[in-house]
Each structure stands twice: as structure tokens, then as C-alpha cells.
Ligand binder design. Structure first.
Ligand code: SAH
Length: 436
């Protein structure tokens, strides 16, 4: 393989038990010169100094398909054996788990694995440097070889969170094919998809849509207010999106808002949280994308909600560029990661729709802080975080925008950070809480 050599040997092969050991010799220079790194020239030293040669990563996944490809696809001389459920154990010598033990468990335990873990210190000589993200892991399960290898194939890169290759559209197909039969019901499905697709939002959206479609076709759908959630388990790796929604929810609650607008609700992540919390009496989501509205209806299973909940939520298809009487009379509006999708010359129309026409007591606006972009290793300098962003503002630019809104529309603003705060560049997301 272009990144090195894989060897397989059998230290043990008896009637009762067989061990296959896969040893990978990764060529670090091959990694740089090979096809993996072309896209990433943001931090050149990282190409040479990284953990790839020593740990289980997406390189291991690629090797698994090369070396045990026939077992994964169920095409071997004795296909019955591939489908047979047996007690299997996989040992991973050095597995990076970016997200820690809780995250590691939240990926494998729902699939029935029993885990034994040993966490390694960053340096055994300097204990105060703390723990490393590396674990030696044993995973035990009664399953088929095909399933075990498939789970490893998908979840190892998810744990490592740093794929060696550029992720393109075909990765969605790969994920859906490999995830067939287990991913759609996995409580950490969103995080798995996001990380597997290297956080490329457009692809993640496509993949989640398709998983949702498959999911919604299942019989016996449960009440969405009980949506299986892995949140506590993955708390440690809480994604920025989850953090943002939590923060927005908290502001809405602190302000005692009962009737809420979610302006540019997208696929309904905030709506789902609002619906779960009975202190919100009336919830309205609006989006210009009809497709998004359809997805929300499906994800929240509006059809199946009890009448009491069904009456609390309403979805509207509409644009925030036009005055809309349906938006009047609410306590609070959330505008989460929306303004940066609007063309700057049209921002003025949006401002009047929200602050003059809808005019709720409280408005919570979040948007990226462009200063933080330098800390995203995979984001080339000067590039915006998402293809559909029309702009990203520095903290100063956002504050100036907020202040002029306050003057014009008689609001007061409180500026907040969302996510980890860096001393120099601030937090990844910035938030303005406007009060009338
Ligand atoms: N608030 C959601 C979605 C953010 S993405 C979340 O945090 O997950 C931005 C959303 O704004 C998209 O769903 C897009 O369709 C919507 N949007 C863009 N322009 C809009 C407009 N003029 N009116 C209403 N929604 C708009």
C-alpha cells in the first residue's frame, strides 16, 4: 500500500481458538509524499510529526479492507463461517480516543461490546503531564467476523478524528453501506457521521438525511421526546454544535421565555431540545428551505406526537427577508448560525423582520468568530468554515453590528462566548443576547 506494508501472521491456530495478528509498518515519508496530505498545507510540520505510524487510525481501516476484505464483504471460500456468530475478541494495541473513555464506550457498548481498557500516560516519567488520548483496548462480543471488522472499520477513524485522506462524496456511500443495519439506530449516530465524514457539513447532512429516511420507515417508531441520546456519554467530546444549542437553551430558560421562535431552524436540532422541555409552551421553527422543513417533520416524528405536544410546535416555510405577521407575539427568537448565510446587502431586511416586525422580548444570535479559524488545523488560511457562508465576522465586527441594532431598535445586548475560549482569538462561536 502506498503508506507502507501490512503483515498478517497467526501466533495461535488450534481447534478452539485462532488469532490473526495484523502488523502495520507505516512509512511516515510515504504518508507525506503519498496522496493523503495534498489538501492539508495549513500546518506543514504536522505532516512529519504525528502519531499516524504508531496508532490505529484510518490507515488501519484501509488495511483491514485490503487484508480482510473478503471477510468484510462475506466473500470467502466458506461464506457460512463469515455469517456465523461466535465469541470474538479484538485487541487494539494503541487506539487514540479523542474524547476519552466515555466516548470510546459510547461507541462500542451500544453495539454489545464488553470493553477492557488501559489508558496510557502522556509520558511515564512526567506524571503531571497527565493522560494521553491513547488506550490499549480489548473488545469482546458474540458476533460475526464480518460485523466486528465492519464496526472497527467505521469506528477507529471516528475515534482518531483525523482521517489520512481527503473525504469526497463517495465516503457517504461507503459509510451508509458499512453502517447498514447498525448505524441508523446507534445513539451516537450524529457524532459518528460527523467525524467519519471529517466534519464536512454538506456530506454529513446528506448522510444523516439518508439515515433518517431509513430510520423513519421503521415500524414501531417511538415518541421523539424520548429520543435516544448519548449526550451524557459523549459529554467529553461535546461538539461545538451541541455546546451552542445547550447555551442557547440556557439563555432562553434564564429569560423565562415560553413562546419561542427558531429562525432558520435548519434540520431542527434546537427544536428537538425545545420540544423536550415542557417549560416551552409554543415553539415555531421557520426556514427558507422546504427540504429542511420536511426533514424536521420526519426527525421529530410530528405525525406521531401526542396531541398535547403536537399543538406546542409549528413549522413554517418562509424567508426571513420578508415581513411575516406569523412571527409576532413571541417571547424570544433564536437565530443560530444563520446570519452568516445571508448576503450582506440583504442583512438589513432581515434586521427589520426580526427586530422591528417580530420584535420579541429576547433575541439570541450566534455566528462564527472568524478570529478563531486559525485554530482549525484543517481549515486553509482565509477560507470560511462552510461553502455557504457569505461572511464570518471578528469579535469587533460582530459587536459593531450588535451595537448599531441596539441603537436603531431599542434593544440592549450582552455578548457571550460559546465553546472553549482561547486567550488570543476568543471562542469559536460568538453570541449576542438582545433584550428589549
Ligand atoms: N439554526 C440551524 C441551522 C443553521 S444553517 C442550526 O443551528 O442547526 C442556516 C439555516 O438558515 C439553513 O437551514 C438555511 O436554510 C436557513 N436560511 C438561510 N437563509 C434564510 C432565509 N432567508 N430565511 C430563512 N431561513 C434561511
Amino acid at each position: 500500500m502506498w503508506y507502507g506494508k501490512a503483515h498478517v501472521f497467526y501466533p495461535e491456530a488450534s481447534e478452539d481458538r485462532c488469532t490473526a495478528a495484523l502488523l502495520m509498518e507505516v512509512d511516515p515519508v510515504g504518508l507525506v509524499r503519498g496522496r493523503g496530505n495534498k489538501k492539508d498545507d495549513s500546518f506543514r510540520l504536522k505532516q512529519y510529526v504525528n502519531d499516524k505510524p504508531y496508532v490505529c487510525s484510518s490507515l488501519l481501516s484501509t488495511s483491514l479492507t485490503k487484508v480482510f476484505g473478503s471477510a468484510i464483504s462475506g466473500k470467502c471460500q466458506n461464506p457460512d463461517l463469515v455469517e456465523q456468530i461466535m465469541p470474538l475478541e479484538a485487541k487494539l494495541a494503541v487506539l487514540p480516543a479523542r474524547g476519552g473513555e466515555a466516548f470510546l464506550r459510547s461507541l462500542f457498548e451500544p453495539l454489545g461490546y464488553e470493553l477492557e481498557l488501559e489508558r496510557h500516560a502522556l509520558d511515564s516519567k512526567f506524571s503531571d503531564w497527565g493522560e494521553s488520548p491513547y488506550f490499549t483496548v480489548s473488545l469482546k462480543n458474540s458476533t460475526t467476523l464480518k460485523e466486528l471488522l465492519t464496526h472497527l472499520y467505521v469506528l477507529i477513524p471516528v475515534l482518531d478524528n483525523d482521517k489520512h485522506y481527503f473525504v469526497g462524496d463517495d465516503e457517504v456511500e461507503k459509510l451508509l453501506r458499512k453502517g447498514d443495519g447498525w448505524l441508523e439506530d446507534h445513539p451516537a449516530k450524529d457524532t459518528i457521521t460527523r467525524r467519519y465524514l471529517k466534519h464536512k457539513k454538506s456530506l454529513v447532512r446528506i448522510a444523516l438525511d439518508r439515515l433518517v429516511e431509513e430510520d423513519a420507515e421503521d415500524e414501531g417508531a417511538q415518541d421523539t421526546t424520548q429520543e435516544p441520546s448519548s449526550v451524557p456519554a459523549v459529554e467529553e467530546t461535546i461538539s461545538l454544535n451541541e455546546q451552542r444549542l445547550k447555551d442557547v437553551l440556557q439563555v432562553l430558560k434564564e429569560n423565562g421565555a415560553k413562546k419561542i421562535l427558531d429562525l432558520g431552524c435548519g434540520e431542527g436540532n434546537l427544536l428537538r431540545l425545545l420540544l423536550r422541555d415542557k417549560s416551552f409552551e409554543k415553539i415555531v421553527g421557520i426556514d427558507v428551505s422546504y427540504r429542511s422543513i420536511e426533514i424536521v417533520a420526519k426527525r421529530l416524528r410530528l405525525k406521531d406526537l401526542l396531541a398535547r405536544d403536537r399543538n406546542r410546535i409549528e413549522l413554517l416555510h418562509g424567508s426571513l427577508m420578508y415581513r411575516d405577521q406569523r412571527l409576532a407575539g413571541y417571547d424570544a427568537a433564536a437565530v443560530v448560525e444563520v446570519i452568516e448565510h445571508l448576503d450582506p446587502p440583504r442583512l438589513a431586511a432581515f434586521e427589520r423582520v426580526v427586530f422591528e416586525c417580530a420584535r420579541p422580548e429576547t433575541v439570541v444570535v450566534t455566528t462564527p468568530n472568524s478570529e478563531y479559524n486559525v485554530l482549525f488545523e484543517t481549515l486553509p488560511v482565509g477560507k470560511l468554515r462552510h461553502d455557504d457562508h457569505r461572511f464570518e465576522w471578528s469579535r469587533q465586527e460582530f459587536e459593531a453590528w450588535c451595537q448599531q441594532l441596539c441603537k436603531r431598535f431599542k434593544y440592549e445586548v450582552e455578548l457571550k462566548t460559546v465553546g472553549p475560549v482561547d486567550n488570543t482569538v476568543g471562542s469559536p462561536t460568538q453570541m449576542g443576547v438582545f433584550r428589549r
